[in-house]
Design a protein. Structure first.
Length: 211
């Protein structure tokens, strides 16, 4: 499973970030990559750094296991869990790519002050506000189950933490500021990562208009 885990990880990075950036540049003239937000040491900065750490550890986990440098965690290393991990990883990768396609020209990595992209609320975005990050969770969990080691668990933890910080501290404030009432109405109706869960309370003015 180590070799397959490494192949799936590399395929995910190439398709979800490399190829997507190339297609985005051809479509809009920009790769959509804005890098790490915030000043060094800020919560926003740690969110971006967290993703970098997660990617490095995510690549290291299967590579080190394949080289015999790290041993698997016996309690998690079974054929059933390995297969389950492969299924989750493939499903997560496909769901991630579908979320990117649904974003169209609004796709980006990070945020840029002053940039205004279209607020996407259709397709998978009608179910959850962050379908790409929602799909990243089973992808990361699946890769961890395929090659369960302390390195893989560290990558999984870094992924979860980075997602929470990025969405709550960076993405949601940016979208509220950029799209105002449209985003507030959308966020009050659609869950954050799971349908119906993590909806944001609508501002009092919008609540009065709904009455």
């Amino acid at each position: 499973m180590e070799a397959l885990g490494l192949v799936l990880f590399l395929a995910y990075v190439v398709l979800a970030f490399g190829l997507r950036s190339v297609l985005q540049r051809r479509r809009t003239g920009s790769t959509g990559f804005h890098g790490i937000s915030g000043r060094p040491g800020s919560v926003e900065w740690f969110a971006g750094v967290g993703f970098v750490v997660a990617l490095v550890l995510g690549a290291a986990a299967p590579a080190l296991a394949l080289a015999g440098v790290v041993e698997p965690i016996d309690a998690l290393d079974s054929a059933a869990l390995n297969v389950l991990g492969a299924v989750l990883a493939v499903a997560g990768i496909l769901a991630s790519l579908a979320a990117q396609v649904a974003m169209g020209s609004s796709w980006r990595i990070g945020v840029a002050e002053g940039e205004r992209t279209t607020l996407v609320t259709t397709g998978p975005f009608a179910l959850v506000r962050n379908p790409f990050f929602a799909a990243l969770v089973p992808t990361a969990l699946g890769l961890t189950l395929m090659v369960p080691s302390w390195v893989a668990l560290a990558a999984l933890a870094a992924t979860f933490l980075a997602i929470e910080l990025q969405v709550r501290i960076v993405e949601e404030p940016y979208l509220r500021q950029t799209h105002g009432a449209d985003y507030a109405t959308y966020a009050a109706r659609v869950g954050r990562f799971v349908p119906g869960v993590g909806r944001l309370a609508a501002p009092p003015a919008l609540q009065r208009e709904a009455l």
